[in-house]
Ligand binder design. Structure first.
Ligand SMILES: *Cc1c(COP(=O)(O)O)cnc(C)c1O
Length: 360
């Protein structure tokens, strides 16, 4: 029998949000909603959809492995050099590229818990060691993380906003952290929800990039841009960091449809504003209803809310809501994460939650 190595077998499988189609097939129900993967409930920009229709005739051709047009548009928008951007099959792929490029077996990667689980999975896959620091008041405890640096530390992960809590680290916190952290360590700031953040105190990671620090900033088209199904994200870093990652990147890692849709999506400021407004209104509604139900939540800077349950486990609530056609994400023992949806989705979620609270 072929056996996988122990460090592979000990990896906990990633559990994605349940697809709507799967739930409906299993329960024989319809009109289900998914508030489990922080997707944009409005869908992608109409400009992106149009660009996709116009691209299908070229599908016999390999994509442009350099993402030339997207790179031009983005470098202009971000005011960075074209060679300071790397594109990935989702920003997940860039996490993997960075770890495989910069972490050797036995090296340490620092990260918070709970945070995005993909970090630890990939570190484990290359036989690195995960050094995990619990959140403090649901936020990254950057001081504590800085104190855990050793000679073996190669990478630090900071999800800002954090998933699953929706919390941010401030300018002052990141500043103190960057002063303490040795310059040769790669700091990966994962900003998958960057565009949603309203706080003026939100840490400015680009500042450290411009100062020439070893920082890799991750953004994605999966969240506010509504293109999760196409798989495209990007990283911003110094040209040497990008060049190293490009050496192991698959030559055609980003498909042609994704490249075209991303270019079009970047032009649609109106769709972004509409999405933010929908999210803000949904957030206010959910806060109000959760308070009425006396359910504790963590105020969010993103498009999802982390909810702390008292008398129910997350699995009980999850299963109860599934039965009512509402897919959310159970996180820890007593916590769930809910994506902010369209008004009618939010109402359906609250109604199902009320019923669950009353009956469980
Ligand atoms: C959703 C998410 C991502 C990105 O996902 P891709 O679809 O691979 O771009 C990255 N980091 C965090 C924290 C996320 O929540």
């Amino acid at each position: 029998m072929l056996k996988a190595s122990d460090h592979i077998k000990s990896i906990k499988p990633y559990v994605p949000g349940k697809p709507i189609e799967e739930l409906e097939r299993e329960l024989g129900i319809s009109d289900s909603i998914k508030l489990a993967s922080n997707e944009n409930p409005l869908g992608p920009s109409p400009l992106a959809i149009k660009a996709l229709y116009n691209s299908v005739n070229d599908l016999n051709r390999y994509p442009d492995g350099n993402c030339y047009h997207l790179r031009q548009v983005l470098s202009e928008k971000l005011q960075v050099q074209p060679e300071e951007i790397v594109f990935g099959n989702g920003s997940n792929e860039i996490i993997e590229l960075a770890v495989r490029t910069f972490l050797c077996p036995g090296d340490e990667a620092l990260m918070a818990h709970p945070s995005f689980v993909v970090y630890s999975t990939i570190v484990q896959a290359v036989q690195g060691n995960n050094i995990v620091v619990p959140l403090k008041n649901w936020r990254h405890d950057l001081q504590k993380m800085a104190s855990k640096v050793t000679k073996k530390t190669k990478i630090v992960f900071i999800a800002n906003p954090n998933n699953p809590t929706g919390t941010i680290n401030t300018k002052a916190e990141l500043n103190t952290f960057m002063k303490r952290i040795p310059k040769k360590i790669l700091v990966i700031v994962d900003e998958a929800y960057y565009e949603y953040v309203a706080s003026s105190d939100y840490a400015d990671s680009m500042k450290y990039f411009r100062e020439g620090r070893n920082i890799l900033i991750l953004r994605t088209f999966s969240k506010i841009y509504g293109l999760a199904g196409l798989r495209i994200g990007y990283g911003i870093a110094g040209a040497e960091i990008i060049d190293a990652m490009n050496r192991i990147r698959q030559p055609f890692n980003v498909n042609s449809l994704a490249q075209r849709a991303a270019v079009a999506a970047l032009k649609d400021e109106k769709h972004l504003e509409k999405t933010k407004l929908t999210n803000e209104k949904g957030k206010e509604y959910l806060y109000k209803e959760l308070e009425a139900l006396k359910i504790t939540y963590i105020p969010t800077e993103a498009n999802f809310i982390y909810i702390l349950l008292k008398d129910m486990t997350s699995v009980e609530i999850y299963n109860s809501l599934l039965g009512k056609g509402v897919i959310i994400r159970p996180m820890g023992e007593n916590t769930i994460r809910v994506t902010i949806g369209l008004p009618k989705e939010n109402r359906k979620f609250i109604k199902a939650l009320q019923e669950a609270v009353w009956t469980l």
